[in-house]
Design a binder for this molecule. Structure first.
Ligand code: UGA
Length: 436
């Protein structure tokens, strides 16, 4: 099929490359000329395992190209809109500027019979509003909403073999045709047994935000238990293992620590709350505000643990920060707990020396005044305290005995509860985790 993808950020690039990998003819479009030039040369604009390979092979095969010229959409019959919906400055609501701009420019170039497919995460009600706009200027064009559930670090796999496909379509023949076209787009995925849920627009939009709200709630739930564990001497990691054996609960996403960050969970729960308030239903999901607060409290707690380890005053102390990305296998530092913790410690007078296997350059753009070094060893050298905030395998694998020989003080705060406390203590370390 001939496909266009509007928006070549994280989601759009992965989607465009994955669609080409599935055998389609794809054009990726973005207003950022620097980004497009890089992508068209086969160079990813961010770190994502597996992406360089499919980008290079799709471009080499001639199935994928990138351009800034939106009129290129006329080469395609299915148009995915994958632009960002960040948090609006000074408000919890999603910023719809990019979605609205993408639709306006796209509508000017579509042909009768084309299908527009929204992928961006949007406030419920957006698809219905955009469908009206399309009906007014391009009446023979149908809109579908097809949310994505990809996880950074597993984005390629999650796009090609997702847990489920959700199609939000209008009622009647146009909706049936839209679902058939999407089945054709995802033919290989559907043939592999991926469940397909066909729904109305509002349900499809809500599937996306409620899934992220549920995941955020699960993480904040265990972090709330960590707070209770801290007050009682219980171990939240064992608690999570024990309750996780109940299949109804499940162990995944029950890792207590510094909490969730990234470009999705934090802003999505805030945008969902803002939308619910607009609908007069703020009360129904008021608990999400509480989840947000629990999450942010964990960042403050990590700062407090570092300060406690250093006798209550971090001034002039050298703190090795292991990790900057919001999670491992990513270079994304959007709303990263690590950056937040680093900035707070710096504000309190510590000298933070940070490292990350992939995220130093993106962190430097957000926090230029922090000290960055390219290896864990350099960060650890002469450190008075160590704080692990992103559980990259190489940090988790650090040997407590070897590490003890490099630092100035054997104090470690395990912000992801991913180290073995007994092993670190046995090597003479003062170990502090969250809720354990
Ligand atoms: C999340 C969802 O998991 C995806 O399904 C969704 O498609 C995506 O948002 C999106 O909306 O685009 P992602 O942001 O890549 O994916 O990251 P997650 O793996 O969900 O992790 C989010 C944060 O939670 C990370 O900071 C991670 O360290 C933290 N986390 C995760 C915990 O603190 N504890 C856990 O047990 C699990």
């Amino acid at each position: 099929m001939r496909i266009s993808v509007i928006g070549c950020g994280y989601l759009g690039v992965v989607h465009a490359a994955a669609m080409a990998e599935l055998g389609h003819q794809v054009v990726g479009i973005d207003v950022d000329a620097v980004k497009i030039a890089r992508l068209d040369a086969g160079l990813p604009t961010f770190f994502e395992p597996g992406l360089p390979e499919i980008l290079a092979s799709s471009i080499a095969s001639g199935r994928l190209r990138f351009t800034t010229d939106v009129s290129a959409v006329s080469e395609a019959e299915v148009h995915f809109v994958a632009v960002g919906t960040p948090q609006t400055a000074g408000s919890d609501a999603a910023d719809m500027t990019f979605v609205d701009a993408a639709f306006s420019s796209l509508i000017a170039h579509v042909k009768p019979g084309d299908l527009i497919v929204g992928k961006s995460t949007v406030p419920v009600g957006t698809a219905a509003r955009l469908a009206e706009q399309i009906a007014a200027s391009a009446p023979d064009v149908t809109l579908a909403w097809n949310p994505e559930f990809l996880r950074e670090g597993f984005a390629v796999q999650d796009t090609i073999r997702p847990d489920r496909l959700v199609y939000g379509v209008p009622d009647g023949a146009a909706g049936e045709r839209a679902a058939r076209i999407l089945d054709e787009v995802y033919a290989a995925t559907v043939a592999a047994g991926t469940p397909v849920i066909v729904a109305d627009y509002a349900t499809a939009e809500l599937v996306k935000v409620s899934a992220n709200a549920f995941l955020a709630t699960k993480i904040s739930f265990i972090n709330a238990m960590a707070e209770i564990a801290e007050a009682t001497g219980a171990d939240v990691t064992k608690l999570a293992d024990a309750i996780g054996h109940d299949n109804r609960i499940g162990r995944r996403f029950l890792n207590a620590g510094v909490g969730f960050g990234g470009g999705c969970l934090p802003k999505d729960i805030r945008a969902f709350s803002a939308r619910a308030r607009e609908l007069g239903k703020g009360e129904a999901i008021a608990f999400l505000d509480e989840m947000d607060k629990i999450n942010l409290r964990r960042r403050a707690r990590v700062v407090e643990l570092v300060s406690d380890a250093l006798g209550g005053d971090v001034t002039g102390k050298r703190v090795a920060m292991l990790g900057l990305a919001f999670k491992p296998h990513s270079d994304d530092v959007r709303d990263s707990p690590a950056i937040d913790v680093a900035l707070r410690l710096t504000e309190e007078g510590a000298h933070v020396v940070a490292t990350d296997p992939q995220a130093i350059e993106s962190a430097r753009l957000r926090a230029p005044h922090l000290t960055y070094v390219s290896s864990a060893e350099e960060a650890l050298r002469d450190a008075d305290a160590v704080v692990l905030v992103t559980e990259w395998p190489e940090f988790v694998a650090l040997d407590p005995v070897d590490t003890a020989a490099i630092v100035a003080g054997r104090r470690i705060v395990d912000g992801r509860n991913s180290l073995d406390p007994a092993a670190w203590r046995a090597a003479g370390w003062q170990y502090a985790g969250l809720g354990r």
